[in-house]
Design a protein around this ligand. Structure first.
Ligand code: ADP
Length: 364
């Protein structure tokens, strides 16, 4: 069998054996060549000192025989012990590697909760630790994927059921076509469309594929035009929208389009959940950052809901906001967009009194 076909354990074993054979062989050859000569010289020395040795040749032959026998048994016993030890050692190295192979194969077959145990060999231990880190992150990705599919199915089902219901009733003549029916169908279709668009945006943002073009920008003109745009849509008895911004703003390092997207989402939400009072956009500078807050006097958010507010598909009082047309994705996208620009977004709220969403962007 060619050497490169042999398993690691056999190779380790053979290499140990080779080392042993070379060591023992050298020992035997040197012993064999030098021991009788040294013994002979020793005898000569004794004779010089006046000791008379009657059977010198027998003595040398006897020594050689004794040496040969003891060397033979030493080689047999020592060799077996070394071979046994080397087998044991190669097994100890191989065992964790075989375990790693078994577990990685299980992992590849979708058993994502499999983890490698710690090993007493530091290098294998490090390998196990990095594998386990990778496994945990893959398991997280898989879990998120399943959550998204679950959420998505749930989100798609409602508008699809409504659409199918109306279309079937129209087909069977149970209801007559009217502008109201068509407008409901259009509303549900728009909902589906918005859901798909939001999802595409979110998936890009979460995968880091969104293009963020950071540049030094003064946000004041953008804020003014946003306030103007939204104020034009406000009803007479609706909330009052105003901008509380110092006349001179330092430039920030941000993507103006993405910042506008976040502000549109925050102001849109504030308008949706505020029937009277005011919506203030406040801007201030603090600790090398520009802070922007959208403060409303609307319905507010329950304290137990606050930790979930930036989670995708999350909405308070599901039915009501679904009716209001929200997808529950806007804030998840906003948070990701702010983070991609090096900032962070926060929320504070009191039910019945209003909510404040605020975020910072680094100064240029
Ligand atoms: P949606 O498209 O449903 O508005 P968001 O992610 O923007 O999705 O918001 C998630 C949920 O957070 C909303 O459904 C709503 O329940 C709550 N929310 C967001 N902004 C406000 C606000 N200004 N006042 C009260 N509740 C809010």
């Amino acid at each position: 069998m060619p050497l490169n076909r042999l398993g690691l354990q056999t190779r380790l074993f053979i290499s140990h054996l080779l080392v042993m054979i070379v060591g023992v062989g050298t020992l035997v050859i040197i012993g064999k060549v030098s021991s009788p000569r040294l013994f002979f010289l020793h005898l000569e020395k004794l004779e010089h000192r006046g000791l008379y040795l009657l059977h010198r040749t027998e003595l040398v032959t006897g020594f050689e025989t004794a040496w040969n026998r003891s060397t033979f048994w030493s080689v047999i016993v020592g060799g077996s012990a070394a071979a046994g030890l080397s087998y044991f050692m190669s097994q100890r190295i191989m065992q964790p590697l075989i375990q790693i192979e078994r577990i990685t194969q299980k992992f590849a077959q979708d058993q994502l909760n499999e983890r490698l145990p710690a090993s007493e060999i530091p290098e294998i231990n490090r390998l196990s630790a990095s594998f386990n880190r990778m496994a945990a992150s893959l398991e997280g990705v898989e879990q998120r994927r399943q959550e998204i599919i679950g959420d998505l199915t749930h989100e798609l089902r409602t508008p699809l059921t409504v659409l199918r219901g109306y279309l079937e009733e129209l087909a069977e003549g149970k209801i007559l076509p009217s502008p109201e029916i068509y407008s409901r169908l259009a509303t549900e279709t728009k909902r589906l469309e918005r859901l798909v668009n939001d999802l595409q945006e979110l998936s890009k943002a979460e995968a880091g594929h969104l293009q963020i073009k950071l540049q030094s920008v003064n946000l004041r003109p953008l804020l003014q035009s946003l306030v103007q745009k939204f104020s034009d849509q406000l009803l007479e008895d609706g909330p009052f929208l105003w901008l509380d911004c110092p006349p001179q703003l330092p430039a920030v390092l941000a993507d103006p389009d993405r910042t506008e997207q976040v502000l549109v989402n925050l102001i849109g939400n504030a308008l949706r959940y505020t029937s009277h009072g005011s919506i203030t956009i406040r801007v201030w500078t603090e600790a090398r950052s520009l802070w922007l807050a959208v403060i409303d006097t609307g319905i507010g958010i329950e304290p137990e809901d606050l930790p979930h507010i930036f989670e995708r598909f999350w909405r308070a009082e599901q039915a009501r906001t679904r009716h209001a047309g929200g997808t529950g994705i806007g804030l998840a996208i906003s948070r990701r967009l702010i983070e991609l620009q090096g900032g962070q977004i926060f929320v504070e709220s009191q039910p019945g009194r209003g909510s404040t969403f605020y975020f910072f962007l680094p100064l240029a």
